[in-house]
Ligand binder design. Sequence first.
Ligand code: AN0
Ligand code: CP
Length: 317
Amino acid sequence: MRNFTNVNDIGPLSEALSKARFVKENPFADQALGKNKTLLMVFFNSSLRTRLSTQKAGLNLGMNVIVLDINQGAWKLETERGVIMDGDKSEHILEAIPVMGSYCDVIGVRSFARFENKRYDYDEVILNQFIQYSGRPVFSMEAATRHPLQSFADLITIEEYKKSRRPKVVMTWAPHPKALPQAVPNSFAEWMNAYDCDFVIAQPEGYELEPQFVGNARVEYDQNKALEGADFVYAKNWAVCADANYGKVMNTDRSWTVTKEKMALTNNAFFMHCLPVRRNMIVSDDVIESPQSLVIPEAANRVVSAQTVLKEILLSL
Ligand code: AN0
Ligand code: CP
């Protein structure tokens, strides 16, 4: 594997899961693999988990790790070609990317949807520029349309906790005051479609995701009905995806918050969320604090997904 941007890059999920199990049980088995190899992590947006877990994954593999926060101390980057740069941007991304590539062996990039232009976001312009111009393997640390390291960690967690061969997994939209990208729900849907489970997406009218991500999921507009018999409840907010109101918040209906009453409709489901989460908007205190809440082990598995992916990339160098 050279680049890791979506579910197809990792190969068959059963094999990816057994590689992840090995990494989890033997975190320091591959210390020699990363010796004298440098991982550069580039952040255009904030992060807690991705930053720490990916750094830890690189260290476990014996890599040197450097981190750049573009918006804190780096030059402001122009990303459009052909622009007369007489504004506040001091450097063009077309020089910055190959320069960054010259300082490392592998690059991770976090670059969220900007919600200015749907085509620009859904074409993954920034991530693809890194792939095209860095000369290095590139992996996504959440790009405009997907968050594959998160989805892989989610899958590892579901595999670890599932009680039946083919669990019912319900991804439910939940309210949030600010517009959030579709990357996490798109990506989770993409991975669940590739996995053997009964996958349902619960959402209000107007919050449809792009068909390429919905895949074979059952879309349900009645959250209570969707939750019936669920084994896993995966909550997430996302902003409107449709062209007309792209990136807008059209609904903050708190009846979609995941509460104890909602969880009572399920098959004693586990609760999942990628974090960060706003309590009592997305999920009530009692649900996220309950024994059924997997948010902490789910976040811990981010080291495992990142290390499994980095290991595959290092093996391909
Ligand atoms: C981001 C999102 O929803 O995509 C990152 C989640 C991992 N969340 C926020 O910006 C709050
Ligand atoms: N889940 C996740 O990616 O968290 P951060 O935004 O803190 O990295």
